[in-house]
Design a binder for this molecule. Sequence first.
Ligand SMILES: [Zn+2]
Ligand SMILES: [Zn+2]
Length: 114
Amino acid sequence: MKAKQVPHPVKPICANCKKRASDYPKLTFKSCIKCKDTSTSVMYCSRECQVSDWKYGDPPHKAVCGKPRPRSAALLKQIALLEKHPSVDYFLMRPEPLPEVGVTFGAVDPAVGP
Ligand SMILES: [Zn+2]
Ligand SMILES: [Zn+2]
């Protein structure tokens, strides 16, 4: 069972070049000041990386800066499925064409469907 969510890494990673702060102790990682207080908070190893990600990132940071993190397609699908099946607590996503598997927490045996 891998229901547990992996916690966010504590060490900063540059959102542009993916350098890890732990691998580059001499670099000072800075977060984007504008989105410091949102869940979008990102870190950069240098001003160059910040400027580059602002314009050419995926998505460009200027499109998401200061806004809450957009919901992923998988999360949106999960929400839509749960709305359709209120008795199910969670859907396990499987690669296409396998159907999603509904899981109910708290039951003795996990309810597997459909
Ligand atoms: Zn960088
Ligand atoms: Zn920002």
